[in-house]
Design a protein around this ligand. Structure first.
Ligand code: 13P
Ligand code: ZN
Length: 270
């Protein structure tokens, strides 16, 4: 079977990066069964021949009307598909969709009619929000990182910026490479429009990474590798915290002065 990626090296590079990240998610133990999902706004790689292709599905409702997605195209992980399978074959475990003219429906265009992730409302609503803001971010990642999810089972860590402060203070790189910290979204039904709206509210408070309580993280960045890196540094900090507790003490953490020094030295936003 021919793939839409044939003779489109820049589009293929985007999908290859998704497959690479999917492999990391599996290796990290963050992607049990079909856990997690990825979408990438690929509109800038779409050519006239792609635009002329007929859909291979009927138009399906997004669940929201998203006016800034007019003319947009996305790669989406398939619902029920495994990250470890996507790592091997991204076009059999995900699909390329385009948004319908009414901005309330999508249709699948290639390669196979793989239904997009159940978290599509959150992913597309966030892409719509990012485009409305003029953001250069094009990728969103939802995954189930063990130690970060464990934190959300405690009221203390769900309070605004309490986890951010602890995670930033474990190792300087976490503040440098996840410089907006970790937002918190209270538990809501997976795949719901309410969860999508709450995710946008949290991102709008100026976070690139937000926790879905007792579920997972949702991260946005320019590309999928960068979104993965933000989650990876946060989870590394959680592991350092746990390692110190396992050694029998509460870790001291970097001081407020040391963290302020980082903000000034590296021109960080917070
Ligand atoms: P999907 O298989 O529909 O992408 O769902 C996985 C998941 O993590 C839902 O939150
Ligand atoms: Zn999930």
């Amino acid at each position: 079977m021919h793939s839409i990626l044939e003779n489109r090296p820049s589009l293929k590079a985007q999908i290859d990066a998704v497959a690479e990240v999917a492999g990391y998610l599996w290796l990290k133990g963050w992607a049990e069964r079909n856990g997690g999902n990825i979408t990438v706004n690929i509109t800038e790689y779409v050519d006239d021949a792609m635009r002329a292709l007929p859909p291979i599905s009927e138009a399906r409702p997004i669940g929201k009307t998203l006016p800034h997605l007019d003319g947009c195209w996305f790669y989406c992980k398939g619902t029920g598909k495994r990250m470890r399978d996507l790592a091997r074959d991204p076009m059999a475990n995900g699909s390329i969709i385009r948004i319908s003219k009414d901005c309330a429906h999508y249709e699948i265009v290639a390669d196979a009619p793989v239904a997009p992730t159940s978290e599509l409302p959150s992913h597309l609503a966030v892409h719509d929000y990012l485009l409305a803001k003029g953001s250069p971010y094009r990728a969103s990642l939802h995954t189930h990182p063990i130690e970060l999810v464990a934190l959300t089972h405690s009221r203390k860590w769900m309070e605004k910026d309490v986890a951010t402060r602890m995670l930033w203070s474990m190792i300087p790189e976490t503040k440098a490479f996840c410089p907006r910290g970790l937002g918190m979204v209270p538990y809501m039904l997976p795949s719901s429009v309410e969860l999508a709206d709450a995710t946008i509210r949290a991102i709008d408070e100026d976070y690139d990474v937000v926790m879905w309580e007792k579920h997972g993280v949702f991260a946005v960045d320019t590309d999928i590798m960068s979104a993965f890196d933000q989650v990876d540094v946060l989870n590394k900090s959680a592991l350092i915290y746990i390692a110190a507790r396992d050694m029998g003490f509460e870790p001291e953490g970097m001081s407020d002065e040391q963290m302020k020094e980082m903000t000034a030295a590296f021109g960080l936003p917070k």
